[in-house]
Design a protein. Structure first.
Ligand SMILES: N[C@@H](CCC(=O)N[C@@H](CS)C(=O)NCC(=O)O)C(=O)O
Length: 218
């Protein structure tokens, strides 16, 4: 069978996370770089969000679903613990990060810098100042979560960590985000340690955010 094809952009934190799963598991994979809402993405994700996956007859959307498919389809190392408690803790952190923290850290904070900058404008100071209390609160939660073992789940590197690391990378590209992480010693240590992993380094994205497909492409 052909290797799994991940369709998306390495500049997307969610795409990077599924590429990191392949790297951790040494899965031979193909990343097909496409802009947001590209036809190949829309063909699989009903809302056109990346990443999507094709592998043989399998087509999937949603990064966690793709990660689960890859982890179960390919041999060890596994990034999703089979132990019921550790598995549930992994789900717990992925869910909190994706439903709450991504919105604060990426969709609000990072976007308040990047979208105006792409239009040649100043960062959206009102949005940045408004999100800072939530950003600091969430960084403090993560700082506490990784304090004991330097991982989100037990003392092992799991998809919970993979899912978070691309977000932490993005947040630290802007001054308040970098300062918040630097002021959270456990989280700063956690990031520095795991950022040395080959799976993280081999998926380092080029600067910028994913482009948007032209409207006539859907
Ligand atoms: N819950 C989705 C979120 C995917 C997502 O939001 N991807 C972003 C890029 S990082 C995207 O495609 N945004 C375009 C849009 O929301 O219209 C997942 O886990 O795959």
């Amino acid at each position: 069978m052909s290797p799994p094809e991940i369709i998306g952009s390495m500049q997307s934190t969610y795409t990077r996370a599924v590429c990191m799963v392949c790297e951790e598991k040494r899965i031979e994979y193909v990343l097909t770089e496409r802009p947001l809402h590209a036809p190949e993405v829309r063909a699989i994700h009903p809302l056109g969000k990346m990443p999507v996956l094709r592998h043989g007859d399998v087509a999937l959307f949603e990064s966690k679903a793709i990660a689960t498919y890859l982890d179960r389809s390919f041999p060890a190392p596994y990034v999703l613990p089979t132990d019921p408690h550790l598995g549930a803790l992994t789900e717990q952190w992925v869910s909190l990060v994706n439903t709450v923290m991504d919105r604060t850290l990426i969709r609000t904070y990072v976007v308040a810098y990047i979208v105006p900058m792409l239009a040649g404008k100043e960062p959206d100071r009102v949005a940045i100042d408004a999100v800072m209390p939530a950003l600091r609160e969430q960084v403090a939660i993560l700082n506490q979560a990784v304090a004991a073992s330097g991982h989100l789940v037990g003392d092992q590197f799991t998809f919970a960590d993979i899912n978070l690391l691309p977000i932490l990378h993005r947040v630290q590209q802007f001054p308040e985000g970098a300062a918040a992480v630097a002021a959270a010693p456990n989280l700063a240590r956690y990031y520095e340690r795991h950022a040395t992993r080959p799976s993280f380094q081999r998926t380092d994205p080029p600067p910028g955010i994913p482009k948007r497909a032209k409207p006539d492409h859907g």
